[in-house]
Design a protein around this ligand. Structure first.
Ligand code: SF4
Length: 306
């Protein structure tokens, strides 16, 4: 998409993914959220507020390099994990503070605490939700590790209840279902599930090469999955491994930017954003605005088609 006046590429929204905790009640074999450090930033409300202030000052209120390169109008803070809802009331406080400071908000969750929590979700805190759902079959979900210690796993019915609850309490919320395509589910047919739930977007991701190698699939198998679900009027958006590299602005549980890279193994981390400031921290990672741009362009196209 081009900006009419300057002919420069632009996106409407910048998305910052903050992985607020590594803790999770599930144990997916392909999970890359394994930092193994106890000093997560969310333990201090003061540090949380400082981080949100730093991000708002740079990305919303200031004139950042990315703002002039990408020309975004809004900034969305996406809370991910681990499982972000494991933080209970702190999770809601982070969302409230983010709203107050001018962010749009979204979460990526495995959905468990949307249907199994003593805390009610406060009204109108969320602009978007992504719920991970990999299989309609309990045995497959168990093999993947999408199950807690008691054997609970989000079923299709649970997913439906979770989405209906959020649609009722979060005015205008956009709903997304995320499916990681791997060797255990690549032959599964999701068309009637997605057709019935009618999410705003169904994001289909190829399993990344972390953790269990036996879950990996070839690009061909991933493409077959995508083709099989295409042309059916489903809001499918596919992300292969190459578009998933260096395309997200990501913050880890310790409050550092981090990035996976094509050439390097593992992650590259910045210093703590609260200690060195956003601009310095951003310069320490290999953030690629071009990949970021192409990803959001595709999403725009996807929205136009659905
Ligand atoms: S639900 Fe998400 S965070 Fe939890 S283990 Fe699975 S992939 Fe990792």
């Amino acid at each position: 998409m081009k900006n009419d006046t300057t002919n420069k590429p632009y996106i409407n929204e910048l998305v910052i993914n903050w992985h607020i905790t590594e803790a999770c009640n599930y144990n997916c074999a392909y999970c890359f959220a394994k930092w193994g450090k106890p000093n997560e930033l969310h333990r201090s409300l003061e540090e949380i507020e400082k981080l949100l202030d730093n991000l708002a000052l740079y990305f919303i209120n200031g004139q950042s390099r990315l703002k002039s390169e990408l020309g975004y109008e809004t900034v969305r803070l996406n809370l991910a994990g681990g499982e972000p809802m494991m933080l209970g009331s702190t999770f809601f406080i982070i969302l409230m503070l983010a709203k107050q400071k001018g962010f749009k908000t979204s979460i990526i969750t495995n959905g468990h605490y949307l249907v199994n929590s003593r805390l009610d979700f406060p009204k109108n805190l969320l602009d978007m939700v992504g719920i991970s759902f990999d299989s309609q079959d309990l045995i497959t979900r168990k093999k993947i590790g999408r199950v807690d210690r008691k054997g609970n796993s989000l079923s299709f019915e649970d997913l439906k209840v979770a989405l209906e609850g959020l649609i009722e309490t979060q005015k205008g919320i956009k709903t997304k279902i995320n499916t990681v395509v791997n060797s255990l589910n690549y032959e599964e047919d999701f068309s009637s599930l997605i057709g019935e739930l009618k999410p705003y977007k169904w994001k289909v991701l190829q399993v990344m090469p972390y953790g269990a190698d036996d879950l990996l699939i070839s690009n061909d198998k991933f493409n077959q999955f995508v083709e099989r679900h295409s042309g059916l009027g489903l809001p499918i958006f596919a992300e292969s491994n190459s578009t998933m590299t260096e395309s997200y602005l990501m913050i880890d549980p310790l409050g550092r930017f981090y990035q996976n890279s094509v050439n390097a193994c593992g992650y590259k981390y910045s210093d703590s954003i609260n200690q060195c400031g956003v601009e310095r921290a951003l310069s320490q990672i290999a953030f690629n605005p071009k990949t970021f741009f192409s990803r959001y362009c595709q999403i725009d196209i996807d929205v136009l088609e659905s």
